[in-house]
Ligand binder design. Structure first.
Ligand SMILES: Cc1cc2nc3c(=O)[nH]c(=O)nc-3n(C[C@H](O)[C@H](O)[C@H](O)COP(=O)(O)OP(=O)(O)OC[C@H]3O[C@@H](n4cnc5c(N)ncnc54)[C@H](O)[C@@H]3O)c2cc1C
Length: 425
């Protein structure tokens, strides 16, 4: 269910293992996909689908991302660059990752998808037939009933089909947010993903991304709490005016605004969250349908690719049985929920919310977030936790880091009691 990044990836893995796959996707054109700045784990995950880093660069689908930059309004900046030792044994991490044109990446995936003989039903799942915890069949908007032994829900954060049907427990982080973004042609672009933010003061942080998806094209997006955007809309400002007003204040970007934008910028709204128990006897939830991680973490694409690979691995391994063994299903959901909780709570506590940022400064807060976040992804890629012991150890590490950062946030809030804390509970 769903033929976005997670759905196509799962379908490709399953078909490569010889299973017959039908993918139900209503938007065959995949309009306005987001997720352009990739984490360092992604090149390896894309390679398993047949998309090598060099091929993506040669085809103009991607540009190199060697670092991330945090730029403040006063012009100061810090570059977060993976240390060289990470590239040496025993870590052997490729220190290069990518920015991608998501439309073109989806297109490349769609070609692989079709080359594997996967069927695509251009339709939407509107009903799920269950028997206890089993999924029996799904019914589409066109009235087709599709029965199968196995189901993967990759319907994205807007639908979350199976979490809603099975009323799965959910953890939510931060306020509802809105992203407004557009693409601009520039004479020359920079090499890293740049995050522009105010960084100081008591307010919940708003930020603007600048991602070079082609040598002469940048994606620029503004992320703010939904309430802040609603307030501006109530002042009769259009989305375009809100976007332009934000960029005008950023020295590196205000030059983009000469001349009116041709079309209104794209928008989406989202709430960061993670569902628990995202695997049942014959179904698994993958990608944003299982967990929505904040875009600032650059971990949504990694999550979608990883969930899809792990969900399909479980189906392939247990395809001759009636059900996925309960402990394996539990380990799958534990990894998903623990990772999403870690990324979401850390980014909220350390960067979005004010107390830590104000106490140690935005650049140090950036270090405090990126060092554990990058390390966690390196550990995950090397450890490949699947069974009980590795998954438990990994989740314990995540919980320890999460609680430590949470405790630091609490301490900083106590030391600055006059500051307002979160925008919402
Ligand atoms: C503003 C923003 C910026 C982001 N930036 C980054 C970034 O820089 N780096 C990063 O790593 N991640 C980023 N992400 C996250 C990343 O884009 C996503 O995590 C990833 O694309 C999710 O893929 P998915 O396949 O799970 O979901 P989607 O791509 O949303 O795919 C879900 C698919 O399911 C289909 N569908 C929906 N309902 C049904 C139904 N009822 N039946 C059948 N099909 C259905 C939809 O049409 C869609 O094609 C960003 C997210 C946002 C919101």
């Amino acid at each position: 269910m769903g033929g976005g990044l997670a759905g196509m990836t799962a379908a490709i893995h399953l078909a490569a293992a010889g299973l017959r796959v039908l993918c139900v996707e209503p938007d065959s054109l995949n309009r306005d996909p987001v997720g352009e700045s990739l984490d360092w784990s992604d090149p390896d995950l894309l390679k398993t689908l047949g998309l090598q880093i060099d091929y993506l660069i040669e085809q103009g689908i991607a540009t190199f991302k060697r670092h991330a930059v945090l730029k403040l309004r006063d012009g100061s900046e810090r570059h977060y660059i993976p240390r060289e030792w990470l590239g040496k044994p025993p870590y052997n991490v490729d220190l290069r990752t990518l920015h991608v044109d998501r439309g073109e990446l989806n297109q490349a995936l769609r070609q692989i998808f079709h080359s594997k003989g996967i069927r695509l039903a251009n339709d939407r799942v509107v009903h799920v037939e269950t028997a206890g915890r089993m999924v029996k069949a799904v019914v589409t908007g066109e009235g087709e009933r599709i029965a199968s032994r196995w189901f993967i829900d990759a319907s994205g954060s807007g639908s979350t089909l199976l979490p809603r049907i099975f009323e799965l427990p959910v953890y939510e982080y931060g306020p509802h947010k809105v992203a407004i973004w557009d693409y601009f042609t520039v004479p020359e672009s920079i090499e890293g993903t740049t995050l522009h933010a105010d960084g100081a003061g008591p307010l919940y942080m708003e930020w603007v991304w600048q991602i070079p998806i082609h040598p002469n094209t940048i994606s620029v997006g503004y992320v703010a709490p939904g309430d802040a955007i609603k307030e501006k809309r109530q002042q009769e400002l259009s989305v375009q005016q809100i976007f332009e007003a934000k960029l005008k204040h950023l020295p590196a970007l205000h030059g983009l605004l000469y001349g009116p934008l041709k079309e209104p910028p794209r928008t989406t709204s989202f709430r960061c969250r993670a569902f628990a128990k995202t695997a049942g006897p014959n179904w698994l939830v993958a990608g944003e349908a299982a967990a929505m991680v904040d875009p600032m973490t650059s971990n949504g694409v990694t999550a979608a690719l990883r969930h899809a690979a792990e969900a399909s691995r479980l189906i392939i391994r247990y395809k001759d049985r009636k059900a996925i063994p309960r402990p394996m299903a539990a380990m799958y959901s534990q990894r998903i929920v623990s990772l999403a909780k870690f990324f979401n709570s850390s980014i909220e506590n350390i960067l979005y919310d004010a107390p830590v940022r104000n106490r140690i400064g935005p650049f140090n807060a950036g270090d405090l977030y990126t060092i554990p976040a990058w390390s966690i992804n390196v550990v995950y890629s090397r450890l490949r936790p699947q069974g009980f012991i590795k998954t438990s150890l990994f989740c314990l590490l995540l919980a320890t880091l999460r609680f430590s950062l949470g405790a630091f946030h609490w301490l900083c809030s106590r030391l600055q009691p006059s500051l307002p804390t979160r925008a919402t509970a």
